[in-house]
Each structure stands twice: as C-alpha cells, then as structure tokens.
Design a binder for this molecule. Sequence first.
Ligand code: DX5
Ligand code: ZN
Length: 219
Amino acid sequence: MRKSNILIAPSILSADFTKLGEEIESVEKAGADWIHVDVMDGHFVPNITIGPVVVESLKKITKMPLDCHLMVSKPEDWIESFAQAGASVITVHAEATAHLDRLISQIKSSGCKVGVSVNPATSLSVLEEVLDAVDLVLVMSVNPGFGGQKFIEKSLEKIANLREMRGEHKFLIEVDGGVNEKNIGELRNVGADIFVAGSAVFENKDRKKAIEGLRNATL
Ligand code: DX5
Ligand code: ZN
C-alpha cells in the first residue's frame, strides 16, 4: 500500500487495445497499483471483452497485480483458467451463482485473492454470510457492461453501509464505475479503499496527472 493507503486500479476496458502493452506500461510508470481486467461474456452483461488468453499475456509484461472482475454467467467454469493465466484477485458476482460459498472456496483453492461484487440493484444482505471469507467486496457504482457511464449516487450510501457491516472483518472495499476526481474524495470518506478508474485514467493522455489527480483528491 502507498502512503495514502488507497489503491488505484485502472480498468483496461478504456485503454487503446491496439497498443495494450504500452497502455499498461504507461499507467504502471504513472503509479497505478493494480490493473483491473473486465471480463464480460455477453450473457451476464451485454458486452464481450477479455478472456484468460489476454490475462496470460498481460502477466508477462507487468508486475502489477491483475484484478480480474468476472462479469460472466457460470463463473465456476472459469476460476482455474484465470488463476493459471496469472490473476491475482478474482472477483465474481453474487448474482451469477446459486452457490457463493462454494465458489469462494474454489477461488481460494486456486491461490487467488477472493472478491465478491454486487450490482447496483442488489442488496448487500446477500453478502452477510460470506463477509468473513472474502478479501474484498466490489460495489458496482454503474450497471456493469460498459466503461464511461455515469456514477450512481446511491452507491455512496451503499459503501457507507458496507463499512458498517465490515466491523471486525478484514475485507477491503472496492468501487467500480464512474469514479473520477470529483467523486473519489467522497468515496474515500464513506469507506472505499480500492478505486477502479477506466475513462478517468485512459482518456487523459497524461496518465501521471490522471492517477495523481485521483490519489490527491482522496487526501
Ligand atoms: C463496468 C466495468 C468497469 C468499467 C469502469 O462494467 O466493470 O470496470 O470499465 O469504467 P469507468 O471508470 O469509465 O466507469
Ligand atoms: Zn470492473
């Protein structure tokens, strides 16, 4: 962790895919902490993006932890593939499985850190029984599927409630969707620890300015 105690995780969904290696190098040099990889299957969300083959290539060119956000139906079919490809964190959606407890154990056995995510319309109550077993909870602050969407304001209250629920548990709180310099300070104040930022980072040619701007806005 850095001095501000937060993590910035640029989402490569907003990167230029014709030069993905350079894009990742640019944010690594600019001080990014994690790389957020949005995996979409065209079933769980209305878009198709990245699979384990790409994660395997990314693993070779960066030291940053690969934060794999699985927006897929039947996530249980994909855990080992992403773990073997080099994922550091695997985050699954509570909505995508009937057996969240089993899926969490599966991710742990694969050697990856475990994240669980909830969509904007999903209550945090679905996580109550697993909060002792996860490394992070990812609060979606947009409806998943696309980068560059508008931040859903109600997410602030949800994050504040999640921090209350954390109590003695150790998990980190990650927020994903519409994070920018204007709202990141407030998101930090209500309890978020990890900030996914796609367009806020990759739409700024000066990556250092973008990442430092986000980080400084949390201080
Ligand atoms: C949305 C993805 C996000 C998205 C964030 O489905 O999970 O990670 O890429 O992009 P921005 O920061 O542009 O909202
Ligand atoms: Zn994401």
